[in-house]
Design a protein around this ligand. Structure first.
Ligand code: BG6
Length: 493
């Protein structure tokens, strides 16, 4: 049997896409509450008012939502829906959802805390008691169903107060505000939560260039600085967390930016290697080894970056706050090449050269279970610490027929991915958990759509904001229950 006893089978979500209750219980607004719906063709928008009162609607640029001086996010831009605000309303449905997860036999549930539910602007002296009480009830409910919580501290939803004051992670003061928030929740839930992740997909900040976003050297420098402050904040949080409870297991979380050379031209091979380094190992090395990798020099030089604010004290903190485990999301692979290519992939968050050996999802994402095995083995070989795949899944259109969803396509997606994990374990990888993405339907992060569904559990909520939010288990959910019961041995349909 490949999967160890006690393997953490489960599902994953994030507050900004799932929780809702955006203006309830004393919660302050977060960046993601101001992002409109979109689609593969139409970018999500950010609506804002400049210092002269003029309203603007601009494309959202992930990981850089800094507005011009004096501008504020504008709340009621006509005709736009802001799907993250209500999302799929875990806030009011948490008991029901956790009961359904319990019915499926989940061993672990990944969720995030909304920072602005604890500190409404991110800068208060005292936390919001109602927010603390909410998550306590959630964690107690999970424990009552024998489900281990895995808690992400930051999943895209920086408090708006901080963003409007400092830009998006562009100021050193963020570090202390974040650490204070971590200290509060670590202390509050030290007996309820053992597994934590600091920043979701921390590497997106620079690795988005893989997905067709191109940055000027100046933007790139801003992004490296943003990242550095997050590295220091993460390391301080890890160190503090271990002090508060030495049993805590705290991980980093990277987006699985897995790339192949498109041809065997050595130049393509080198490009793929360097892209992998930049996409995943830049962040992984700092968080696992406590120092910047040797190839950082190359990246900084290529983008003419000098004068980053990195102090000697920061370097010491990075060394003292290395993570206990490596976690990542895995959805697809991308091909890179130095050659001129016509057949390009164009999906949301998928770009580059089409891989003729693979098929693609309706959102243009390459379906590639082998890439999961490759990445697991490559990452474990480098870091030699426990790994969790904390996101994986198929975003698809689901049809409801007589109150059911017959999503065989989702089962067909999972079977080879689970087999790939099993092979990686057999090859020595210390994989300890697998939490599939959007186990309960959530709003898509990339497109803001509801119709891009990942769940084992359906939620009646639609892109136009309609739906009564009732939930039920899809066919894939019953199949996953069997997988969990057999600890990964029975993948049959
Ligand atoms: C990851 C994020 O990038 O991918 C999630 O951590 C996100 O927040 C997931 O939802 C899937 O992406 P999308 O765009 O299909 O929601």
């Amino acid at each position: 049997m490949s999967f160890k006893e006690g393997f953490f089978w489960g599902g994953a979500t994030a507050a900004n896409q799932y929780e809702g209750g955006w203006n309830e219980g004393g919660r302050g607004p977060a960046l993601t509450d101001f992002c409109t719906g979109g689609s593969v063709k139409e970018h999500r928008k950010v609506t804002w008012e400049d210092k002269d009162g003029k309203i603007h609607v601009t494309d959202q640029v992930p990981m850089d939502d800094t507005l011009p001086e004096g501008a504020v996010h504008y709340v009621t831009a006509d005709g736009y829906l802001y799907p993250n605000r209500e999302a799929t309303d875990f806030y009011h449905h948490y008991k029901e959802d956790i009961a359904l997860m319990g019915e499926l036999g989940f061993k672990m549930f990944r969720m995030s805390i909304s920072w602005s539910r604890i500190f409404p602007t991110g800068m208060e002296d005292k936390p919001n008691q109602e927010g603390l009480d909410f998550y306590r009830k959630v964690f107690e409910e999970l424990r009552a169903h024998n489900i281990e919580p895995l808690v992400t501290l930051h999943h895209f939803d920086t408090p708006l107060g901080l963003v409007e004051k400092y830009g998006d992670w562009l100021h050193r003061d963020y570090i202390d505000y974040f650490v204070k928030y971590c200290e509060t929740v670590f202390t509050e839930y030290k007996d309820l939560v053992k597994y934590w992740l600091t920043f979701n997909e921390i590497n997106n900040t620079i690795a988005l260039s893989l997905f067709g976003f191109s940055f000027t050297d100046e933007d790139y420098k801003k992004r490296l600085q943003h990242l550095h402050y997050q590295f220091v904040a993460s390391a301080k949080a890890v160190k503090l967390g271990h002090k508060i409870n030495p049993d805590f297991k705290i991980g980093c979380m990277c987006s699985g930016m897995v790339v192949y050379p498109h041809t065997c031209d050595p130049k393509d091979v080198l490009k793929a290697q360097q892209t992998f380094e930049e996409g995943m190992f830049y962040c992984g090395d700092v968080q696992c080894f406590g120092e910047y990798p040797p190839f950082a020099k190359r990246m900084w030089k290529d983008h003419h970056v000098t004068g980053l604010d990195i102090t000697e004290e920061d370097k010491q903190i990075l060394k003292e706050g290395t993570v206990d485990m490596f976690t990542y999301s895995y959805y697809m692979t991308n091909n890179v090449t130095t050659h001129e290519i016509k057949d390009k992939v164009g999906g949301n968050y998928a770009a580059g050269v089409r891989n003729e050996y693979l098929t693609y999802s309706d959102w243009g994402w390459a379906l590639d279970p082998t890439g999961l095995q490759i990445s697991l083995e490559k990452i474990y070989d480098r870091y030699r610490r426990p790994i969790m795949v904390v996101e994986n899944g198929l975003g698809a259109f689901d049809e409801v027929e007589d109150g059911k969803v017959h999503d065989d396509y989702r089962i067909d997606y999972y079977i080879p991915h689970i087999e790939a994990m099993s092979k990686a374990i057999d090859n020595g990888v210390d994989l300890i958990g697998y939490t599939t993405w959007g186990c309960v339907d959530v709003v898509s992060a990339g497109t803001g759509e509801m119709r891009k569904r990942y769940g084992f559990i359906y939620v009646d909520k639609h892109d136009d904001g309609t739906g009564d939010m009732h939930r039920f288990i899809k066919d894939s959910g019953y199949w996953y229950k069997k997988v969990i019961e057999s600890n990964g041995a029975d993948l049959s349909k």
